[in-house]
Design a protein around this ligand. Sequence first.
Ligand code: GLV
Ligand code: MN
Ligand code: MN
Length: 437
Amino acid sequence: MQDLTHARSSALLLAGVHLASCFVSFAQSPAELRVNGQRVNAHLSALSRFGANPQGGVSRIAYSEADLQGRNYAVALMKQAGLSVHIDPAGNIVGTRAGSDAGLKPLLIGSHIDSVPMGGNYDGDVGSLSAIEVAQVLDEKRIPLRHPLQVIIFENEEGGTIGSKALGEGLSNAELDRVSQSGKSIREGIRLLGGDPDHIAAAQRPHGSIAGYFELHIEQGGRLEREKIDIGVVEGIVGILQSEVTIQGFGNHAGTTPMDQRHDALLSGARLIETVNKVVTSVPGAQVGTVGWVKVEPGAYNVIPGKVTLGVEVRDLEEQKFVGLFQRIQSEAGALGKLNGTTFHFSEPLMIRPALMDPGFQELIGNAARALGLSTKAMPSGAGHDAQEMARIGPAGMIFIPSIGGISHSPKEFSRPQDIENGANVLLQSVFAFDKR
Ligand code: GLV
Ligand code: MN
Ligand code: MN
């Protein structure tokens, strides 16, 4: 009898312990939960196979074969993480996990996996694969969130935040017809990815239709590494203006045309490059201006260049400022053309407007990082990001991790595995903190 009572009370005790441990694991595990750092780093190196270049980075430009392969790989990871995956009309990959409160709007996390030509293995990839890792951990540990969670991999970020712009401001017909780096128009590219450019407006999400957006990304500059800071909390993202300039001269014999009778389009192009630098540095501030590509026609030793096309870009956190600088460049170009009888035509600029990150999201990210024992620094972003487009429809926040040597858009781009794991943990904990609010 005594034994039986003892057995019964032991069983009750065990059941109680079990219940308590269930309660403890449910109540405490979110704050203690961590990503699998090894796994996310292994996924990064697996993704870097697609579009690998001989210099050790990737050339995975949007709408290329490598882009398609990388996307297939990401879709497989998303399905493994228990997400239900679809391609939206803009060609973005969206993986959804249901929330426990059907009345709540979705919380989005993600980034991009397309790259610049001769790019690196971290820009966009870190944030995309870490977002999938967050979903994977939630799935493995069966942790419910109140909000539906959407992991989103935006298409063609490097070509002008195309996929995220489609969600926010929307894409115009002129933008869809623009020829992208791949040689395909954006319209053709979106179709190739499984999107539906004829119904692009259906990709748009109205202002206020999302609970928010978090994006983890490499810094792409050298401040965090230099100052030995673990995590950057982004305050704002620069705006970007890009315009293709066509300079028309006259192609003629390089041996028989005297120097004072030439209409050399490349000479005018060189003067324009110098003017961009001069105008952009003529006022104080952190604004930048670049001519990043030039095409010379016909392109031969013995022909004076008859036509040059080149790309001018200016960036700043303040829209008025960079638009004003661009207008000055345009007006100085007129005078440059008169020097040797060439003409300048600037295309309708591609504009990515600057955006501020949500102060509440900045606080959540900073607190999540510090609770993980990581040091933080508030900072602006000189690179463009999908987060700036998402900021137009809901609160957005960005987490930066150090880029070694401040190198990016280069095969030499590198972020340490531990920093990637840290960033992914900050992303995970920011999601929890937001969901709990
Ligand atoms: C995107 O990487 C950009 O800043 O151009
Ligand atoms: Mn980039
Ligand atoms: Mn990027």
